[in-house]
Ligand binder design. Sequence first.
Ligand code: MCA
Ligand code: AMP
Length: 492
Amino acid sequence: MRSALNETSPDHIALIDGDRHFTYSDLARRIDGLAGGLLAGAADLEEARVAFLIPASVEYVTALHGVWRAGGIAIPLNVAATEPEWEHCLTSAGVTRLLTTEANRESIEKLCERLSIPLALVDEVAAELPVTLPELAPERRAMIVFTSGTTSKPKGAVTTHGNIAAQISTLIDAWAWQSEDVIPLFLPLHHVHGIINVLSCALWAGATVHVMPKLDLDQLCRQVADDVFTVFMAVPTIYVKLIDYLEMLDDEEATLVCDGFANMRLNVSGSAACPVEVFEDWRRLTGQVLLERYGMTEIGMALSNPYVGERRPGYVGQPLPDVSVQLIDEAGAVVTKEDTPGEIRIKSPTVFREYWGNSDATTSSFKDGWFCTGDIAVIEDGYYRIMGRSSVDIIKSGGYKLSALEIENKLLAHPEIAEVAVVGVADRTWGEAVAAVVVLKGGYDMTLASLKSWCEGELSPYKIPKHLKVVDSLPRNAMGKVMKPSLKTLFD
Ligand code: MCA
Ligand code: AMP
């Protein structure tokens, strides 16, 4: 199958990483070198799991494509995660090798030693070129992305080379990607939004990506004001942060940045619901009509407002080409009428193959060949609108999907906590913010600050509760189940 790296303009700039510029042929050389180094004379990595802990950079791109080209399964790790979280990914996926950079080596080398996983620096694993690389059939497994859900531990969603090609090519067509495009990449690279929608689409199209290790609004807006970018993709939280930032700037500076956004050909929002207010504020400030779309780790992108045509605030548009969508009502019947809600189910070449090592979870997430998303939607006047999720245990904070159960399990290890329930509460910036309701063991007292500091090193920073309520008991129904919806009102 075709390489995920564009081969038509070898001298075009593919990646700008700080002061370093890399053409498509520079990248191809690095990737082939790493693939050859990983193979070390073998013909094919035969789906060996190779994880990497690398921030957005040329080294990240080399690792991702290098593992693919050598026939391995790429597992991008969250650079901001904690050791127990990395350990779960490495052990549950049976990782046999880990790639990192000098700057990140120290944070993970002890864990690798303990788990007997060989660790190498990307730059040190290069073979002399030319190398012979394996032919990769589309059904071969290519990547595992860990995603939180209704289980306490994140599950590894496996996509094949064919799934990834389908996820990319559908967006190339739908959003008119072209080699003249230039896009900033500040999203985390352990999730589909950053990996596929931004990085992989750009490199497939022959476009240019500016990689940034993290979101830096000053630097980003300076470049926007200089008209560096043609396309911009972000989660709603980032649009909220940009709106606040623009409102802080003096008029002259704000106008330059707003004009920079206005001059782009496309601004996309996704990963969480974009509030209508944000959509309207963005249009008022920049003149850009945000294109909102809907996707999921397991399915790539499924629904999108049109590139050409009306983009409706509060709606996620229609199915992308080759994506079949069904809404299923509570009785299990296919919804045939507009204005009737149902669970979104998807059938498409973009849908993942399985959860790694978890056939029960894989089987139960499909019904009659359709992937069950757990998201509820309705069609109104031809446009899909997401109404919410079927599970109260999933929280969307700043675009990250968090499992309330995972956070509760961790908090239960706190020596002073007897019982805990975690819920998401509405938040202007984060969409939902993590809130913990705890019952303490006798005689103890707890502040949010002390809970936060206990969580450090245990949970990724974005999973740490932002609100805390200490109560005498948790409200439970006749079955003994905590009534979570009623807990949300404690934070009104
Ligand atoms: C940072 N913090 C957060 C979050 N991010 N708290 C809750 N939720 C978050 N998402 C906290 C930090 O722990 C810190 O807390 C404080 O906010 C400032 O941290 P900082 O790192 O400076 O924040 P930031 O750089 O402004 O990060 C915000 C962000 C980031 C850029 C919006 O969260 C982000 O990149 N989100 C995107 C996630 C994403 O790509 N999701 C896609 C998955 P303290 O001050 O207490 O230390 S969904 C997906 O892939 C599907 C397929 C799809 O549809 O797209
Ligand atoms: P993840 O599993 O991290 O890939 O997150 C996917 C989830 O994000 C979906 O199941 C939805 O709940 C949510 N999501 C993504 N895009 C949107 C959107 N435009 N509006 C509402 N929810 C969204």
